[in-house]
Design a protein around this ligand. Structure first.
Ligand SMILES: [Zn+2]
Length: 64
């Protein structure tokens, strides 16, 4: 995750049910702090439907 600029917001989106929620990088276990995005996505589990179909969306929601 070290490719992600600090100012970027991350949203975790469930591709199964469409649930979106803010993804907090600091909430990752220590071992995943520098994992590849694809590895983190594999571990995402939707709190709404329970599917492991999470995708991370990167973007800044602040004014540029
Ligand atoms: Zn879901």
């Amino acid at each position: 995750m070290n490719v992600t600029p600090q100012h970027m917001d991350i949203m975790a989106e469930c591709t199964a049910c469409g649930e979106k929620r803010e993804f907090l990088k600091k909430s990752l276990p220590q071992g995943l702090q520098h994992a590849e995005v694809s590895d983190v996505e594999k571990r995402l589990k939707c709190a709404s439907c329970g599917a492991k179909a999470g995708k991370l969306r990167f973007g800044s929601y602040c004014d540029d």
